[in-house]
Design a protein around this ligand. Structure first.
Ligand code: DQA
Length: 143
């Protein structure tokens, strides 16, 4: 299987950004671990990060035909972006939505997601392990 991991805005700052909320792993640490797990389970995994909404949409469009599933942390765009939702719906690639923090424990504006109802599943509050959980879930069945 071919898995694309998409990290949204500000996640390039992981490791130094609000470590009490997001932990101390860097994006590089997370991606390295995911690639290791994917390799171990016989899958191919690519990871990208972008801060710009339109670029994330372009990345999702380009994934069509190239990937079997997407793991996405849309970060703040989760709560704002109809365009990102429409891109995910448009390419119809199954995706798991991941949040490092438990968004339901936080401000009310983080409780709504424009993506969740069209996601295969949603993981939040498991820290950076949430990405690995999503990956293991996707790879436990034929895609
Ligand atoms: C986040 C939660 C979002 O509310 C926030 O805007 C982020 C990260 C998370 O991974 O916990 O940037 O998606």
């Amino acid at each position: 299987s071919r898995i694309l991991v998409i990290h949204g805005p500000n996640l390039n700052l992981l490791g130094t950004r609000e470590p009490e909320v997001y932990g101390s792993s860097t994006l590089e640490d997370i991606n390295r671990n995911l690639k290791e797990v994917a390799h171990h389970l016989g899958a191919q995994l690519d990871a990208v990060q972008h801060n710009v909404e339109g670029e994330l949409i372009n990345i999702i469009h380009a994934a069509r035909g190239q990937y079997d599933a997407i793991i996405i942390n849309p970060a703040a765009y989760t709560h704002t972006s109809v365009a990102l939702r429409d891109a995910l719906a448009g390419v119809a690639i199954p995706f798991v939505e991941v949040h490092i923090s438990n968004v339901h424990q936080r401000e009310a504006f983080r409780h709504h997601s424009f993506m969740s109802d069209i996601a295969v599943g949603v993981i939040c509050g498991l820290g950076t392990y949430g990405y690995e959980a999503a990956l293991r879930f996707l790879l436990q069945k034929p895609l």
